[in-house]
Design a protein around this ligand. Structure first.
Ligand code: MOS
Length: 741
């Protein structure tokens, strides 16, 4: 089925008491906490593997002059050293998945230059350290702020890089109140728990990779191109993935190099894990951005002009750009509008998607600027947003499928106690702490991806579902089990999900907040087909048949499922995006509320409490949904207060590249945090009437924290993250100003 019409009434609406919508525990929880969930590097499915260790470039731009592998090759246990000199022939780069070791050119520090394979990990690592690489080094470009003038309009863009409506410049010039603000955000790293890892082996002209990957089918496509194989000759298996956040959307060096080395070793399995440092330096990153937001409003706070321009960067030859301003095209009403994206070419690690690419950093700027405008207007920031609520998508000129931004703001204000906030910055004290409150909107695009699923109902009443979907820690195994159980009237324990293998039906994988909707809808369709088969074997009226408690019931008659199954039944289901994508503007929405304390002497910022109120269509499992929302908010807190990869502007290397020095929030940083969902069903999105949640929680979260810091101190920091040195500069500037006055 494709989504070109509203879905109508479904069994998920009419059947009551089933597992969908219940906060059940994760079905994979026991496997995880007892260590029986097998991650890629732990797999023992492939026997006698060689252990690979990646060697990476220490310069950011130039050429390999020489790579001396002789002493490494003589070291104990070494079975192979793979470099550009002996790498098997490779095909074309696809979906940002490039051939590796293709020559001597170095485009960024951390670029893989060799792989050592040995009988043990330790032997491989020791030999890797013995490889001598010398470079002819060129001067590279590493600083976005210095490259703005040369930045180009991105060429290969899925969405148009620019948009305009009305006359922005004239509207902005004529506005009664204006904000013209430049925000900057740093390079970020996904910092997932599990470093990238793969075990790969060839059999003839077929290669299998057990790998940590978010989207195995896309990975299969891309690797087929790189290895010059028909797609069906490449198999990816990702049963358990220890987080991704976008960093595992594409196969990385571990996968490509493990497979290439295995090929050179006549198919012997090769396993490669990246070190924590290599995850930072040799996979992908979120680009730093420079953003200019211009807002013009009348005295009543109605926006007359809204402009958002964004600059980001990536490695020479790459095309990914951060779509920071896309969300600005739909969030608020205004007759005169402008958005633009420019991409600079820097000798840094390739940029790619990181949780809520676009919105996550775009809303730091937009929602900060909205806070600035509210203050300039002497208007409550929630009221400002309410006054600019659009009746339809302001640029696409189509209705919203559902949009509850205002209810989220209002309910959040009530739950958080927004009415007790003092709007005057720097006026609330709690001992040494300057206390402040901030708000920001949340919005994240709701996409649907093509997906298929196959289900089999066995005579004992157990259901097995198969698809190349992944669970990257989000709860996919659980919500899919709930959907199948509900559709067929089974217990969740009677459902077995087999995920992560491209030998099974194609699925969306996990990314872009489309995973649950896409894979869940395919599973729903497969179960719907199975219901049809079962009903056809009874004389029950299909119009009002209900599947619950292991029985099919219609009116006052019913049949036990087991009596109908026979020798077993199979069905397939499929979902595709359709016209509803174009006919409706589809976003998940929410509102963030943050309270911070800023130490009046040291400038230390502590989050005191945080609340998110969200809508995401049907909530399939309130427990896993809440975890996703809170996880996103935690990401937002990190973005606001601590996360940054520091690029050395002299050498283009990353100064911090581990979890000791790339700071992410820990429990002690998050004293009180909660997420709640308002009821919603969206019949335009997918058969489940759900919307994406994985990335919604980060969108706007950091801005709410930054706006709270402003409310606490009167210091507006537009350069993320907000670290105490920047607060101290603000204190100093204030003191100097006071002394002058
Ligand atoms: Mo997401 S950044 O598409 O994993």
């Amino acid at each position: 089925m494709d989504m070109s019409q509203p879905i109508g009434v479904t069994p998920l609406d009419t059947q009551t008491g089933g597992p969908v919508g219940r906060p059940i525990d994760r079905v994979d929880g026991p496997l995880k906490v007892t260590g029986r969930a097998t991650y890629a590097y732990e797999s023992r499915e492939m026997k006698n593997p060689g252990y690979g260790f990646v060697v990476t470039a220490t310069v950011a731009k130039g050429r390999i002059r020489d790579i001396d592998t002789a002493s490494a090759e003589r070291m104990p246990g070494v079975v192979h050293v793979l470099t550009h000199r002996n790498v098997p022939p490779q095909g074309e780069k696809k979906e940002q998945v490039g051939p590796l070791l293709t020559g001597t050119e170095i485009r960024h520090a951390g670029q893989p230059v060799a792989l050592v394979v040995a009988e043990s990990f330790e032997e491989a690592r020791a030999a890797a350290a013995a490889i001598r690489v010398t470079y002819d080094q060129d001067k590279g470009a590493y600083v976005l702020a210095d490259a703005l003038a040369e930045a180009k309009k991105p060429e290969k863009a899925r969405t148009p890089p620019d948009s305009s409506l009305g006359d922005f410049e004239a509207g902005f010039a004529a506005a009664a109140v204006t904000i013209d603000a430049r925000y900057t955000t740093p390079v970020q790293s996904h910092a997932m728990m599990e470093p990238h890892a793969t075990i790969a082996a060839w059999e003839g002209d077929r290669v299998t990779l057990i790998t940590a990957n978010q989207m195995p089918n896309r990975g299969q496509d891309a690797l087929a191109s790189v290895f010059k194989l028909p797609k069906d000759n490449v198999r990816l298996i990702s049963r358990f993935v220890g987080g991704g956040f976008g960093g595992k959307l594409q196969p990385q060096a571990d996968a490509i190099l493990a497979a290439l080395a295995s090929k050179n070793l006549n198919g012997r399995p090769v396993k490669v894990a990246l070190t924590r440092q290599q995850v930072f330096t040799s996979t992908t990153r979120r680009s730093d951005t420079v953003q200019r937001v211009r807002l013009g409003a009348d005295r009543d706070g109605k926006l007359t002009a809204i402009g958002h321009e964004s600059w980001s960067d990536t490695t020479p030859g790459d095309s990914f750009f951060e779509t920071s301003a896309n969300v600005t095209r739909s969030l608020y009403a205004a007759p005169n509008r402008l958005t633009a994206h420019r991409l600079a070419s820097l000798n840094l690690l390739p940029a790619s998607s990181m949780r809520a690419p676009g919105e996550a950093v775009g809303m730091l700027a937009l929602e900060g600027a909205m806070d600035e405008l509210a203050e300039a207007l002497n208007l409550d920031p929630i009221e400002l947003r309410i006054r600019n609520e659009p009746a339809e998508d302001p640029e696409k000129k189509v209705p919203f499928s559902t949009r509850q931004l205002v209810p989220c703001l209002r309910e959040g204000a009530r739950l958080f106690g927004w009415d007790k906030r003092n709007p005057k910055p720097g006026s609330v004290r709690d001992g040494q702490w300057m206390v402040g409150h901030g708000v920001a909107s949340a919005a994240r695009l709701n996409p649907l991806q093509p997906a298929k699923a196959r289900v089999r109902l066995d005579p004992d009443g157990t259901l097995t579902a198969r698809m190349a979907m992944t669970d990257i820690g989000t709860g996919t195994y659980t919500i899919l089990s709930q959907i199948a159980a509900e559709m067929l009237g089974l217990e969740v324990a009677q459902v077995r999900m087999v995920l992560g293998d491209t030998a099974d039906p194609m699925s969306s994988g996990s990314g872009g907040s489309f995973g649950a909707a896409s894979s869940g809808s395919a599973l729903y369709m497969a179960c719907e087909a199975l219901r049809g088969q079962l009903l056809a074997k009874t004389d029950l009226n299909p119009q009002n048949a209900v599947f619950t408690g292991g029985r099919i019931t219609s009116g006052n008659r019913s049949a036990a499922l087991r009596d109908v199954i026979g020798s077993g039944l199979e069905a397939e289901g499929e979902i595709k995006p359709g016209e509803n994508e174009k006919k409706f503007s589809q976003y998940s929405y929410g509102a963030h509320f943050a309270e911070v304390g800023v130490d009046a002497d040291t400038g230390e910022i502590r989050l005191r409490r945080m609340l998110g109120v969200f809508t995401g269509g049907r909530i399939l499992n309130p427990k896993t949904a809440r975890s996703q929302a809170i996880g996103g908010m935690v990401f937002g807190v990190g973005t606001a207060l601590m996360e940054a990869v520091e690029v050395d502007p002299r050498f283009g290397t990353f100064v911090n590249h581990d979890l000791a020095e790339y700071h992410v929030p820990v429990h002690a940083d998050l004293p009180e945090i909660d997420a709640v969902f308002l009821p919603e069903l969206d019949d335009k999105t997918n058969p489940l009437k759900s919307k994406g949640l994985g990335e919604l929680g980060i969108c706007g979260a950091g801005a709410a924290v930054a706006n709270a810091v402003y409310n606490a101190t009167g210091i507006r920091i537009r350069d993320y993250p907000l670290t105490l040195d920047k607060i101290l500069e603000g204190f100093t500037a204030k003191e100097t100003g006071q002394r002058r006055a």
